[in-house]
Ligand binder design. Structure first.
Ligand SMILES: Cc1cc2nc3c(=O)[nH]c(=O)nc-3n(C[C@H](O)[C@H](O)[C@H](O)COP(=O)(O)OP(=O)(O)OC[C@H]3O[C@@H](n4cnc5c(N)ncnc54)[C@H](O)[C@@H]3O)c2cc1C
Length: 283
């Protein structure tokens, strides 16, 4: 199918992008276009104006800033995948990125687009939640920062308002005792996950502390399983503790096109067992 007619404008600066977005009631940011163009072609959305942000200089930066690591909204998935800095300082994202779609899509798709689009089965929103990250936004009233916990509000619904541009995400830099785990089940590699899990923790003797388990594909947004996190915290991670965490899994996935909620809950338990082992491995 062909999209409904729309106007196109290329922004040269962030200020330019925000003022262009304000010109139309139903304007939309165009980043990598890997999700947006498909929804236009299928006429699932019909914005009147696309504001292309690809010409804004510096929006693709990847940089360590003290104890935080910043990834610009226009950083492509492929750029993140190849980055030695990401591998060293944000290993969870390095683990997750190869699971996103296929190389051609990763060449164009952006980190900001993935977070803004907020597909409930996407990898990066869950990583951001597992890492306790934050999101920088610029809108008509200036800049603001929103924590990942408050950013994902519902199915494809975020804290972004109509004239906002997501400019960057920030996550804590990995430390010596940081531990990470990532696993997902998809019908084919590169498909959106049926169920996935991004996790972070800190080594604490033979056990773990500050455990954050962010599941995706199990609800309208990525979700933390706080009872399972508590069950994994404290003593040594042995088979008994992992089994207790699986039993404590506080998820209630709805049925979807992939499977019933019951099957998804079972798969979430399978992933939790795998990821719990990963969390115990020194980096
Ligand atoms: C076949 C296929 C398979 C895929 N598989 C996966 C997968 O397994 N996992 C996964 O995570 N993704 C997957 N994707 C999606 C891909 O990762 C997209 O790149 C991503 O979701 C959107 O990024 P984009 O830069 O292409 O955004 P666009 O398509 O340009 O935009 C998507 C939406 O976000 C908004 N937006 C984009 N950037 C900003 C910004 N900076 N500020 C404000 N709003 C913004 C747009 O207005 C639009 O509404 C797949 C896509 C395809 C086509």
């Amino acid at each position: 199918m062909k999209p409904a007619p729309f106007a196109y404008a290329k922004a040269r600066t962030l200020k330019d992008a925000v003022s262009l977005l304000r010109k139309s009631k139903d304007a939309r940011v165009l980043a990598g276009g890997q999700s947006l163009i498909a929804t236009l072609n299928m006429r699932l959305s019909s914005p009147t104006l696309l504001v292309d942000i690809n010409g804004i200089k510096g929006l693709d930066r990847i940089a360590k800033k003290g104890k935080k690591f910043e990834i610009g909204a226009l950083a492509r998935h492929a750029q993140v995948e190849r980055s030695d800095l990401i591998a060293k300082h944000v290993p969870l994202i390095a683990l997750a990125i190869p699971h996103i779609a296929h190389p051609a899509i990763r060449n164009r798709g952006t980190v900001g687009g993935s977070i803004a689009y907020a597909d409930p089965a996407a990898e990066l929103p869950a990583c951001l939640l597992a890492l306790g990250g934050e999101i920088d936004i610029t809108g008509p009233k200036g800049k603001r920062t929103v924590k990942a916990e408050a950013f994902f509000k519902g199915l494809f619904e975020t804290a972004l308002r109509g004239h906002d541009v997501l400019t960057a995400v920030r996550v804590p830099v990995a430390e010596k005792n940081s531990r990470f785990g990532f696993a997902e089940l998809a019908r084919r590699h590169g498909d959106y996950a049926m169920v996935g899990l991004a996790a972070s923790a800190r080594a604490d003797g033979k056990g773990l502390k500050d455990v954050r388990l962010a599941f995706f594909g199990v609800g309208g947004t990525p979700l933390r399983a706080r009872k399972a996190e508590a069950a994994l915290t404290g003593g040594a991670i042995d088979a008994k503790r992992i089994e207790a965490a699986v039993k404590a899994l506080d998820l209630d996935p709805p049925d979807d096109v992939h499977s019933s909620g019951k099957v998804k809950k079972h798969l979430a338990g399978v992933l939790l067992k795998r990821v719990a082992q990963q969390l115990m491995e020194p980096r």
